[in-house]
Every structure is written in structure tokens, then in C-alpha cells.
Design a protein. Structure first.
Lengths: 208, 91
């Protein structure tokens, strides 16, 4: 991507400009940590105050689907990390295939996630829509927070997929930038989405 | 190629930790489970941040930029739980 390679007037050197690019992305990711931090704080308080109901709700989750999804997301992160190495090594074509692989894994994650939502609808544990088997009070609050947390996370997965996809079109030339500024930043975002899921999984699925 | 090997080793370690955290949730350890679960989650995060997010090769300023979010999160969680977990302590 020419815009990234070209030195902008506010920076003394190209190296400084690249550092600033990554620095800005990392500051943004810090704010993302805090967005999800609020939801985690709410879940921790719910667990501390209603541990029995929390554990009952958590054991209703399809933990094996969540586990498969965790493996899918961890694998996609590894593929994205390999993609950045490929870009740095000048292998733009290989990077393209790795991006397509990561996107396929990301879509698989979303597909499994929505399958899970459908199963929960069938189980009758969705607040408002199908609450047949849902206890009022902390159980409902747990499911509310579950849909807020995983829904917001799914939105971030879509955001990450868009960023990765933009490395194929319209910013395919960014894959030829061997300092991997844009590719590196897209990868940082994808890894953070992965980190958030790493904490969501034991919080929502594995509390017994 | 050393970088590729590092990434693959990290990936295997992450999947092993995932298996461990699922297994631990079925172990009869009661109250200790959250500490085990979050201990493993922190270990997985360390691997992702250090190797996948390349913090091992970034300079100090970039490491601080990412650490900032977690530092503020720690303040939030410590203060929230300091309130919530101690409410029953005084009559």
C-alpha cells in the first residue's frame, strides 16, 4: 500500500511512522479490553452473589460447541500470525491463501456460534424469545449477559473478517509491504478478538 | 523459519491448555476452579500476546500501550470486587 510506505510530513523517519501506526492500533485495542471489561465485571459480580444459579446456567451451555469454537479461533490466530510472517518474507501470494484460510475459520466460528444460539432457542433458555425453561432472576440475567457478551464478540469477529478481507481487496497491495504495517495491525485486531474469547469461554461455559 | 516453528509450538501449547481447562472444569476442585480456569486463560493470553501479537519483538512504548488496557481493567475489577466481596463483613 503506497500510503503506508510513503513518509508522511509529520514523521521524521519511516520507522517512526510505522511505530506510530502500531502504537495507535494498540491504544485502540486497550479501549476494546475495557469495553469487554465492563461485561466481565458484571459477570463476576453475578457469579460472586449467585454462585449456585450461575453454575446452573453455565452447565446448560453447550460447552463442547464452545470448546470447538475456541480451538477454531486459536487456530485462525495461528494462521494469521503465519500470514504476517509470510508478508514480512515477501510471499504476498502465500499470505493471500493464509488470509483465505483464516477467513474460512472465522466464518466457521460464526456458523458454530449461531448454531449454538439456535440450540439455546430450542432449549428454551433465551430471555423474551423462548424462556420456557428459564428461571427468573439470576438465570435470566446470566443469559442476558451471555447474549450481550457473545453478540458483541461476534460483531468484533465480523469486524476482524472485514479487516482481513480488505487485505485481499481493496488493499491487496498492503501484502507487498514487507514491514507489514497494515497486515500487522489487522493481525493485532484478530488476536485481541481471540484473547477476549479465551476469557469468555471459561467465564460462560465452564463455571460449575 | 524459526518464527514459523515458534508460532506452531505456540498453537500446540494453546490447544493443550484448552484441553486442560475443559478437563479441569470436570475435576472435583469446587471453589478452586475459577482460579484454575483464569490461571489457564492468563497463560493462553500471555502466549497470544507475546508470540502472535509479536510483543516479544516490539519496543517498550508499544508494550506499555497494550498493557495500559489491562492495567485499567485491573483497577476496575479490583475496586468492583473489593466492594462486592466485602459487603457481608460488617453487621
Amino acid at each position: 500500500m503506497n500510503e503506508v510506505r510513503r513518509l508522511q510530513p509529520q514523521f521524521p523517519t519511516l520507522a517512526r511512522q510505522r511505530d506510530a501506526d502500531h502504537f495507535g492500533m494498540l491504544i485502540f485495542l486497550s479501549t476494546e479490553v475495557l469495553i469487554f471489561g465492563g461485561i466481565f465485571a458484571a459477570l463476576f459480580v453475578l457469579r460472586a452473589q449467585h454462585s449456585a444459579e450461575y453454575a446452573r446456567s453455565s452447565t446448560q451451555m453447550h460447552y463442547w460447541l464452545g470448546g470447538i469454537n475456541t480451538a477454531v479461533l486459536l487456530t485462525s490466530s495461528a494462521v494469521v500470525a503465519l500470514m504476517v510472517e509470510a508478508v514480512k518474507a515477501g510471499a504476498a501470494r502465500l499470505a493471500k491463501w493464509l488470509i483465505l484460510g483464516a477467513i474460512a475459520l472465522g466464518l466457521a466460528f460464526v456458523a458454530i456460534k449461531f448454531t449454538e444460539y439456535a440450540l439455546e432457542y430450542r432449549d428454551g433458555v433465551v430471555p423474551l424469545l423462548s424462556p420456557a425453561h428459564l428461571h427468573a432472576g439470576p438465570d435470566t440475567l446470566f443469559m442476558d449477559l451471555y447474549f450481550v457478551a457473545t453478540g458483541l464478540h461476534a460483531l468484533h469477529v465480523f469486524g476482524g473478517l472485514t479487516l482481513l478481507g480488505s487485505l485481499i481487496w481493496p488493499f491487496g497491495r498492503a501484502r507487498r509491504d514487507t514491514s507489514a504495517v497494515f497486515a500487522g495491525n489487522a493481525a493485532l485486531y484478530w488476536h485481541l478478538v481471540d484473547v477476549i474469547w479465551i476469557f469468555l469461554y471459561p467465564t460462560l461455559y465452564l463455571a460449575r | 523459519m524459526k518464527a514459523v516453528r515458534t508460532i506452531l509450538v505456540a498453537w500446540v501449547a494453546l490447544l493443550a491448555l484448552l484441553a486442560l481447562t475443559i478437563a479441569a472444569s470436570f475435576a472435583p476442585i469446587g471453589q478452586v476452579l475459577p482460579f484454575v480456569s483464569y490461571g489457564i486463560a492468563i497463560a493462553k493470553t500471555a502466549i497470544v500476546v507475546w508470540i502472535f501479537m509479536e510483543m516479544r519483538v516490539r519496543d517498550g512504548l508499544q508494550r506499555i500501550a497494550l498493557a495500559t488496557g489491562f492495567a485499567w481493567l485491573a483497577i476496575l475489577l479490583i475496586l468492583v470486587l473489593a466492594d462486592n466481596l466485602t459487603r457481608g463483613w460488617t453487621p
